[in-house]
Design a protein around this ligand. Structure first.
Ligand code: TXA
Ligand code: MG
Length: 319
């Protein structure tokens, strides 16, 4: 831990585990180190980073206003998978915020992350530790696979238990707005601070490819072409196999029984959190198995599935 903290303080890049996915850490107060994050990830410089803290008393180092709503949410959800967007302190390097006047902050719920950030003694920027637009890492080996020669160190604490990224909540707009659905649901947030606006999903039911690919930004995507299918899962899979495509299926329980021979079938739990915890690891595994196509059974269209549906929708966007 001391070695990792030293690397970070010297301006290096250290990947670290959180309860959601592995993050790629750099000293948030060191503009050069932060720019190196963008280079390592191949990330567009206008996409701002989340600043990770180990204690709520550190908030003042990066945030210039701490409204009662933020205090109440922090009390309820921190440490945990909620990121809050708030007015930034002017001293914070512009590279952290993409030049904007807000900053995203969270305290992760992971003992290794908390010990690492505390040992570093500085706020730590932490985008997911993967090349931009690809699958997020839920294991140290995923980090190495994506970024091996571009970073200085990985703290390996085994698989992440959450599996999808934090909820990003904009507290600067009124009413507060969920910018990215995550493990904390809009309903849970509203129970603390009242009404919030949140994205709705027109989940693309697939007869063919995604209906309006122009609407989606490709992100969180495996190498293989991914599509989500409701009705007609098995006949669609049979058609792909008939075209000679190596195909993986991600389906609930017995729904893929009867899939053609040679198809890799992954059976997923019907409970949203358990599903989220496995999703990226399953997609990493299917990529590693060399499939051409991944067919995912549509998740239910309810709020608890919002984060999973959002990631699948973006993963299915056309290149
Ligand atoms: O669970 C997580 O949030 C993980 C772990 C490592 O903490 N981190 C993560 O970071 O997912 P990243 O960089 O992959 O995603 C950060 C998201 C992006 O969608 C970014 O646009 C948004 O947060 N974001 C960051 N700062 C923002 C700001 N000031 N205003 C609005 N959105 C912001
Ligand atoms: Mg990311």
């Amino acid at each position: 831990m001391a070695a990792a903290a030293a690397v970070l303080r010297e301006g290096g890049l250290v990947a670290f585990p959180t309860e959601t996915v592995y993050g790629l850490g750099a000293d948030a107060l060191n503009a050069t180190a932060v720019s190196n994050i963008y280079k390592a990830k191949g990330r567009p410089s206008n996409n701002p980073l989340i600043v990770h803290l180990h204690d709520v008393s550190e908030v003042d180092r990066v945030v210039s206003s701490w409204p009662p709503q933020a205090r109440d949410l922090a009390e309820r959800f921190w440490p945990g998978p909620l990121t809050m967007v708030l007015p930034r302190r002017p001293e914070l390097p512009d590279v952290v915020t993409g030049g904007g006047d807000t900053v995203a902050v969270r305290i992760p719920l992971h003992p290794v992350a908390l010990a690492f950030i505390a040992a570093a003694g500085v706020p730590v920027v932490g985008p997911s530790a993967n090349r931009s637009s690809t699958l997020s890492p839920t294991r140290a080996e995923h980090v190495l696979h994506s970024l091996a020669n571009r970073i200085d160190m990985v703290l390996d604490a085994g698989p992440c238990t959450g599996g999808v990224e934090s909820t990003v909540l904009d507290l600067v707009s009124s009413p507060p707005r969920v910018l990215r659905p995550g493990l904390v649901t809009p309903h849970e947030i509203a129970a603390v601070i009242g009404p919030v606006s949140s994205p709705t999903l027109q989940f693309a039911k697939l007869d063919g490819p995604v209906r309006s690919p122009g609407m989606l930004t490709r992100h969180y995507a495996p190498r293989a072409v991914l599509e989500c299918v409701g009705e007609g899962l098995l006949s669609h899979v049979a058609e792909l196999v008939g075209r000679g495509l190596k195909t993986g299926v991600v389906a609930f329980d017995a729904d893929a029984n009867g899939a053609p021979e040679g198809v890799l079938v992954i059976r997923m739990p019907r409970e949203a959190r358990a599903y989220a915890a496995r999703l990226y690891a399953v997609l990493h595994d299917l990529d590693a198995a060399g499939v051409d196509r991944i067919v995912v059974e549509d998740p239910p269209a309810t709020e608890e599935w919002l984060a999973v549906s959002d990631r699948l929708l973006r993963a299915s966007a056309r290149r």
